[in-house]
Design a protein around this ligand. Sequence first.
Ligand code: ATP
Ligand code: MG
Length: 231
Amino acid sequence: MLHANSEEKQSIGLMGGTFDPIHLGHLVTAEEVRIKFGLDKVIFVPSGHPPHKEAKDVSAPEHRYLMTVLATITNPYFNVSRVEVDRMQAERTYTIETIRFFHQYYEGKANLFFITGADAILEILSWKDYQELLSICSFIAATRPGYSLSKLEETIGEVCPEALCNIYVVEIPAMAISSTFIRNRVSEGKSIKYLTPEAVTQYILKNGLYSDAKPQYKTPLSSDTKNRILK
Ligand code: ATP
Ligand code: MG
């Protein structure tokens, strides 16, 4: 297993996601991977406009960014990047562009580990420029309840066998939580306590996210974001 400080390079975890909203499944996964791989830090990268989701079905990037900041604030090893959120003009944001950005930013002085759940890694062959992606970054595939990684070797091995040595599978304590589950509970008026950090719960309720309930308070968003929401 690659470890921090091998070749005296930093080891950086990148955790991409829609984070609509971020929840304990994401946080437990990132922390477990950070410890197991001796990562110097984990950078959460909320997506701008995810290629596989319709813009109207996803909360404004600024809301998702702010919830991610709130959720990670108490962990000194966790950071949040605006790189995708700020790529507002793009129709779609692709992981390869983000990885290229960090690759250039660290000028080869860091080993990059892209952290994904089992569902996401199984779709990697459909990602834009996946071959380049697999060559400039390692992948850490976290187990996730409801998804089996037993087909991983077969699926990727057939198309890109050399990539397999760049993909690590990590067992994560089972957290059968998803953002979809949280959004559904909010829209049904059910409690989401203990599924996501309390600050995120309060942010959701204050801003009236995921429900028709009147917001108790609205977080001011930049004019850029407002234009995007109104589009
Ligand atoms: P949605 O239900 O909206 O798809 P999600 O819970 O899957 O949301 P995403 O933002 O889509 O969250 O996921 C970001 C990354 O985190 C993905 O790689 C996903 O596989 C991983 N992930 C999400 N939830 C878990 C979990 N409970 N355990 C392990 N990995 C997870
Ligand atoms: Mg998902």
